[in-house]
Design a protein around this ligand. Structure first.
Ligand SMILES: Cc1cc2nc3c(=O)[nH]c(=O)nc-3n(C[C@H](O)[C@H](O)[C@H](O)COP(=O)(O)OP(=O)(O)OC[C@H]3O[C@@H](n4cnc5c(N)ncnc54)[C@H](O)[C@@H]3O)c2cc1C
Length: 350
């Protein structure tokens, strides 16, 4: 492992490659700071990776776009000033060195040396809650799905969806027109999500089985071919045959390493920040779903605003004489050459 003296010193290191982290990286480049993003997942995008085919309407100035499309755009923007990207590492430790700089250590043992940090870790590392039933691991590689990455693979299939949150309802509605049948199994009577979507699901899906839970998986080795479901009150059991099983039992998240970093934490262990998105640790700022403050907008748009504000605060921490924000992009000389190139492709910018 490299000692601290061998490590390249960054102005800003961003932990988390979701919308908050990606926009922070772009804006940090606008402020001439040497920037690194560290992300646990093998790809950038944060929680949007969980809903790549959903259509997102509520990002300012962006017409309806798929999750995948928005990740592509956020990533392209983040790369404008060529930050260093480190994937597949979870930051476990944050330590202050005697010279006032910070040292981050990841689960692989790799260390990262930085003058400031922006925490953009969302609710932690998001993972779909797995089914704790014998055989579930084995079928994950074939036809047991925890997210819907591509609708087309479910065409003409008999599908069982287990779960009743908004994602389960959305997937049922999205799959129903192309699947041979969609059956929804949910352990409660009530469903999450918009009332109109729940109604549409109830009217269009093959069967809605409420107060049932999955208790068994049946298959002949490679794939799951059926499930046993049990009524939560009466104990009655039924068997359903299927071609594909989608399990949407919510998310688990892991923020546990952060709890030992000395941050002042509020409700749900969210770091408390001031209006400048500064935490109680000097040089450590935070953005996005991770944080709580009065008026917090818990949307992608809110994460982007937090990112810009956190970057401005990091800049002023390093250089108290610096302007409070970057020069607006429409008048910023940094983009002069890039604008010339774009103007050669009028359709792309108009
Ligand atoms: C199903 C669903 C649908 C949604 N739909 C919309 C919508 O239509 N419109 C909208 O505005 N919002 C929507 N949201 C909310 C939106 O996705 C979040 O507000 C947004 O992703 C928050 O961005 P973030 O960057 O703060 O966090 P995240 O997107 O959660 O990204 C945090 C990243 O940090 C990484 N990370 C965490 N801890 C570490 C660590 N220690 N080391 C390294 N990496 C780490 C995680 O792996 C993750 O990639 C939706 C959310 C869900 C779950």
């Amino acid at each position: 492992m490299a000692g601290k003296q061998d490590l390249e010193l960054y102005d800003v290191t961003i932990i988390g490659g979701g919308p908050a982290g990606l926009y922070s990286a772009f804006y940090s480049g606008m402020r001439d700071m040497k920037t690194k993003i560290i992300e646990y997942n093998p790809t950038l995008g944060g929680k949007i990776l969980l809903y790549p085919e959903k259509i997102i309407w509520d990002v300012g100035g962006v017409p309806p776009i798929s999750g995948e499309g928005l990740i592509r755009n956020l990533t392209e923007q983040a790369m404008v000033f060529e930050p260093t990207i480190v994937l597949n590492q979870q930051i476990m430790n944050l330590d202050r060195l005697s010279d006032g700089t910070l040292l981050l250590t990841s689960n692989t043992g790799e260390q990262h040396h930085t003058r400031t940090v922006i925490l953009a870790m969302g609710h932690g590392i998001p993972k779909m809650r797995k089914l704790e039933i014998e055989g579930a691991d084995r079928y994950e590689v074939t036809n047991l799905h925890y997210t819907v990455q591509e609708l087309a693979i479910f065409r003409d299939k008999h599908i069982v969806i287990s779960g009743g949150g908004d994602s389960a309802v959305d997937w049922a509605n999205a799959l129903q027109p192309l699947a041979a049948s969609v059956t929804v199994v949910h352990r409660r009577e009530e469903f999450g999500g918009h009332e109109r979507n729940v109604l549409r699901m109830k009217e269009s899906c093959h069967e809605i089985l409420t107060s049932y839970e999955l208790t068994g998986l049946h298959g002949s080795g490679a794939s799951v071919e059926g499930v046993t479901i049990k009524h939560v009150e009466t104990g009655e059991t039924r068997t359903l045959e299927l071609d594909a099983l989608i399990v949407n039992h919510g998310l688990t998240t892991d923020l546990s390493p952060m709890l030992a970093w000395g941050l002042e934490l509020g409700e749900y262990n969210m770091p408390i920040v001031d209006a400048a998105r500064q935490t109680n640790i000097p040089g450590v700022f935070a953005a996005g779903d991770l944080i709580q403050y009065d008026g917090k907008l818990r949307l992608i748009s809110g994460a982007l605003v937090d990112g810009g504000t956190a970057v401005n605060s990091a800049k002023r921490y390093l250089d108290p004489e610096a302007h409070s924000q970057a020069y607006v992009s429409s008048h910023n000389q940094k983009f002069k050459e890039k604008n010339k190139e774009l103007e050669q492709q009028p359709v792309a910018v108009k």
